[in-house]
Write a protein that binds this ligand. Structure first.
Ligand code: SF4
Length: 171
């Protein structure tokens, strides 16, 4: 057990994630607005023992009423548009919105159908874009830590625009 804990500590040190300037916390409410679940897999890894974002004060909460940031994955479907707006309006001010993954950024990965309401920024004011299909846990971790420190890099583009990706559910 002690050996495992020592190895885990060494692995975490190897990640070299930036330490926030001072002690802060960020409560995250995640909404899957129409994802293929690829982004969720990577998001789950950020909470696992390897990345363990809780040590930086980041935690996923069950209610939008307790959340500082609404983290949205997937292209927003017409059925998820209203629940997404409801979650956003339930959050206390000041509230932030983060779009996670190329689908949420509107990179047209799954094409256009009548069942899609659009990208997240068509529906909510987005503060943070995390590109990738899916973005890796270290990329998600760095972006959220930047959000804690008030750094939200502008001009993030779809990874799908830079290098064509094969959607995980293509035929
Ligand atoms: S960005 Fe990629 S992994 Fe994430 S929901 Fe879209 S298709 Fe799935």
């Amino acid at each position: 057990m002690l050996t495992l804990l020592r190895d885990l500590r060494r692995l975490r040190r190897g990640l070299a994630l930036p330490q926030p300037d001072r002690a802060r916390s960020l409560a995250i409410r995640h909404v899957d607005a129409g994802s293929c679940n690829g982004c969720e897999h990577e998001l789950t890894l950020t909470s696992g023992p390897h990345y363990d974002l809780q040590r930086f004060g980041l935690g996923v909460v069950a209610s939008p009423r307790h959340a500082d940031v609404l983290l949205v994955t997937g292209t927003v479907t017409t059925r998820m548009r209203e629940p997404l707006l409801t979650a956003y309006h339930a959050m206390p001010e000041p509230r932030k919105v983060a779009a996670l993954g190329d689908c949420a950024l509107g990179c047209n990965i799954i094409g256009t159908t009548d069942n899609l309401a659009g990208k997240v920024s068509d529906i909510l004011p987005v503060d943070l874009l995390i590109p990738g299909c899916p973005p890796g846990p270290d990329q998600i971790a760095r972006a959220l830590l930047n959000l804690i420190d008030g750094r939200t890099p502008a001009g993030e583009r779809c990874v799908a625009e830079r290098q064509p990706v094969t959607p995980p559910f293509s035929r």
